[in-house]
Design a protein around this ligand. Structure first.
Ligand SMILES: Nc1ncnc2c1ncn2[C@@H]1O[C@H](COP(=O)(O)OP(=O)(O)OP(=O)(O)O)[C@@H](O)[C@H]1O
Ligand SMILES: [Mg+2]
Length: 321
């Protein structure tokens, strides 16, 4: 395994004590594999990834383990983490944390990445940057390289950020809603290039997306996050065909589908996503919204059970099949 995250917990200071936003997340990804993480807003997807990469916010306490190519990331000195992030691990975040510098052209900043991390010469670095824009099917690469970030549309900026994340040919790309701001044709081009990198360069991908269509098209495995925990994890085909956690079932059922009459109401999951400050530590967090909850669900947190090869579910109602 390229990255193995286990027992990851993230908490922040809050009035009246700390609030835990990731409560023991376990996931792993292999070279050349795409793991998608899905779940409602606020379930802790971004926090789990940011904390794994040493980018949790000020005041965060992070515990657990994240082994990347055998090295422990939790507690790693920030210099070493920074080095890994530009080089072995590429990042594309929804809020563009690794933003573009306004006073440098696209070409200059892309080349800079290779000069700094790979010791490449300027000339060679620029040629490689151009090649990456071609891989990502960005039209008129030479023209783009000469532009400044403010001259680019939001969507084009996002594509340049993706190019930047991929330039050092990282072994892992972590992408948090990478295509949300893009129109569907551009999105399709980006997703095709992700698939190509995965297949030909063996790049592993962790993808967070609200778009289950995107997930279905790219993911090998899917992890479903609820209230700071992975409640279900399965090979993608199996997850879509036979979801076992009542939350996953609700999530899939609430997605618009072409084969359903447009007038049919979308079955939604009742209730609100829980506030991290009030999630019980010793009960199933989904219980208040769950249609199949039983008294035992209040008595203890359900442990993940393997119901089929590679298919784990943390729910008392999911009997091994
Ligand atoms: N710096 C912070 N301090 C305190 N709480 C935070 C901080 N950052 C995030 N949180 C809280 O952590 C929880 C998880 O947030 P996170 O951003 O991981 O959700 P998400 O699953 O990525 O949601 P979305 O799909 O909307 O991006 C939320 O309740 C959020 O308010
Ligand atoms: Mg997020």
């Amino acid at each position: 395994m390229l990255l193995v995250v286990s027992g990851l917990r993230v908490s922040y200071p809050a009035p009246g004590g700390r609030v835990t936003v990731v409560r023991g997340a376990d996931f792993a990804v292999e070279s050349g594999e795409c793991l998608a993480i899905v779940g409602e807003s606020g379930s802790g997807k971004s926090q789990a990834l940011l904390a794994t990469l040493g980018l949790a916010g000020p005041g965060a306490e992070v515990s657990g383990s994240a082994l990347f190519e055998g090295e422990e990331l939790v507690g790693m000195p920030s210099r070493r983490l920074q080095q890994l992030r530009g080089d072995r691990i590429g990042l594309v975040f929804q809020d563009s944390i690794t933003g573009l510098t306004p006073h440098m052209t696209v070409g200059e900043q892309l080349a800079e990445v290779l000069v700094v991390h790979r010791g490449a010469g300027r000339q060679a670095a620029r040629a490689e940057a151009r090649e990456m824009l071609e891989v990502l099917q960005i039209p008129e690469p030479d023209y783009r390289l000469g532009q400044y970030p403010h001259e680019l549309s939001g969507g084009m900026r996002q594509r340049i950020m993706i190019a930047m994340a991929l330039l050092c040919r990282p072994s892992l790309l972590v992408a948090d809603e990478p295509t949300t701001a893009l129109d569907t044709t551009v999105q399709a081009a980006i997703l095709r290039s992700f698939a190509k990198l995965k297949q030909h360069a063996g790049t592993a991908l962790i993808l967070v997306s609200h778009d289950l269509g995107v997930v279905a098209g790219l993911a090998d495995r899917v992890a479903v996050m609820y209230a700071g925990r992975i409640v279900e994890m399965a090979p993608a085909e199996r997850l879509f065909a036979a979801p076992r956690h009542p939350y996953t079932q609700g999530l899939l059922a609430s997605t618009p589908r072409l084969d359903r009459a447009p007038s049919a109401p979308l079955p939604a999951i009742d209730g609100q996503p829980p506030d991290p400050a009030s999630v019980p530590e010793e009960a199933c967090a989904f219980r208040p919204r769950c249609k199949v909850a039983r008294p035992a669900c209040a008595a203890g947190r359900p442990p993940p059970v393997e119901v089929a090869p590679g298919h784990r579910v943390a729910c008392l109602a999911a009997e091994p099949a």
